[in-house]
Design a protein around this ligand. Structure first.
Ligand code: NAD
Length: 402
């Protein structure tokens, strides 16, 4: 029987699976993921700050598997051999395929900056987000003995969407953290060090400024136009003056690295023609050299013909790619032509805490509490597209937790 192999149960992979499972065409699907759960990558900051338990941002893959159509294998992909049409797992298993969907997701990008891996915390999956939370709590507990103000200092490196949402969530977590440390919440210091001065370039200056000013009004300190040059133990080293190259140091016992992501290392390891783990795919989302290989989500770069730049890597786009790939595979199986990927953004909204957000819905700017409601709607829609109503009912964000 024709075999469709899906690598990765993130937004793109699960969406492909969900649509393909509804097909009446005769084929079998195998889904591989290193975990037996899917996690909401867009919500990792909630786990990292302790605002939500991990159970609220992950769900079991078995809940979306239809056993008559799909087999799930828990395993780590180490190599993809497109010539021989097989995939190797770390435990030595080899899986053959007729059609392949590569949706292996993202990793933290250090840009080769010294000391990042050793001295900064990343926040890219459930385990690393949980480690951030444990680290922050441990430093707060240390403070009760040490009285060292660096135990109460948290630096977020990079003010992209991830950094901004993390800062908002950290601010929200401050009262609880202050209680743990036995201090006034004002004694907890939050910093953000960012290379550029014009933040969040996907928004106009007024909208981006609204969000940053809100965070500043909560006491968050921004050092902008300060590229980070190295991370030393408990110290961020940044360029203070571009002309002279002078550097300064910011000491803190919690340093979180959110300066951008790259696609899975498996792409490079398997000889794909890639840049930072992303492969430039054809308009129908297939590999330029293999019409039976689809590359989706954070390991994929697809050209937006309107802006003449690749689409950004977001959950929304990954889900849309999954839908298109599933339709195209179904067409190929029925000897019909594939269609090009088209994307119409619902908008992009950054949450800053549970009740504030800012961003664009279509082309309309939204900010404040109404924006946070829109954001929850976007998140619930993605949950619905992946899992179905059951997930939205049990995890949907209509039940405010404050
Ligand atoms: P990003 O690349 O969007 O932002 C990284 C930030 O770090 C940039 O502002 C960059 O200037 C800064 N930076 C890079 N190197 C630096 C250095 N050496 N020193 C200091 N600052 C440095 O990365 P991200 O925020 O992780 O987002 C990744 C993708 O995920 C983006 O496409 C983003 O839009 C998407 N995302 C979307 C949402 C949402 O829709 N709500 C949330 C999170 C992420």
């Amino acid at each position: 029987m024709t075999e469709v192999l899906i690598l990765g149960a993130g937004y793109a992979g699960l969406r492909t699976l969900k649509i393909l499972q509804q097909s009446h065409t005769d084929f079998h699907i195998t889904l591989v993921d290193q975990n037996n759960y899917h996690y909401e990558a867009t919500d990792l900051h909630e786990l990292a700050t302790g605002n939500q338990p991990k159970e609220r941002i992950l769900y079991n893959i078995s809940d979306v598997i239809k056993p008559d159509k799909t087999t799930f294998i828990q395993g780590e992909v180490v190599n993809i051999n497109r010539d021989d049409k097989n995939v190797s797992l770390k435990d030595g298993k080899k899986l053959s395929y007729d059609y392949l969907v590569v949706s292996l997701g993202f990793e933290s990008e250090s840009f080769g900056i010294d000391g990042v891996e050793e001295n900064a915390l990343e926040m890219v999956n459930i385990d690393s987000a949980e480690s951030v939370q444990k680290h922050i709590l441990a430093r707060m507990e240390d403070y009760r003995e040490s009285k060292n103000p660096d135990d109460l200092k948290i630096v977020v490196c990079g003010a992209g969407f991830t950094g901004i949402e993390l800062l908002g969530a950290l601010h929200e977590a401050t009262p609880k953290l202050a209680k743990t440390a036995g201090v006034d919440p004002k004694e907890i210091q939050l910093y953000c060090v960012e290379a550029v001065t014009r933040l969040l370039p996907m928004f106009d200056e007024k909208l981006a400024g609204w969000g940053i000013d809100k965070l500043k009004s909560w006491g968050i300190n921004f050092l902008t136009g300060k590229p980070i040059k190295a991370i030393k133990p408990n110290t961020v080293v940044y360029e203070d003056d571009a002309e002279t190259g002078t550097t300064s140091e910011l000491k803190a016992n919690t340093i979180i690295w959110t300066t951008g992501v790259r696609g899975s290392h498996v792409m490079n390891d398997s000889g794909f023609s890639q840049r930072r783990g992303r492969v430039m795919v054809k308009a129908d989302l297939t590999d330029p050299d293999f019409a039976n290989v689809y590359i989706l989500g954070d390991v994929s770069a697809v050209m937006d013909e309107e802006s003449k730049r690749p689409y950004p890597t977001t959950a929304q786009i990954a889900i849309a790619m999954g839908t298109q790939a599933a339709e195209n595979i179904e067409n190929q199986l029925n000897n019909k032509p594939t269609s090009p990927f088209k994307f119409k953004s619902l908008g992009s909204v950054a949450s800053i805490g549970n009740t504030q957000a800012f961003g664009l819905v279509g082309k309309t700017p939204v900010r404040g509490y109404p924006a946070s409601v829109v954001k929850k709607g976007i998140m619930d829609r993605s949950l619905f597209e992946l899992g179905g109503t059951k997930e939205v009912m049990s995890k949907g964000r209509f039940d405010f937790y404050h």
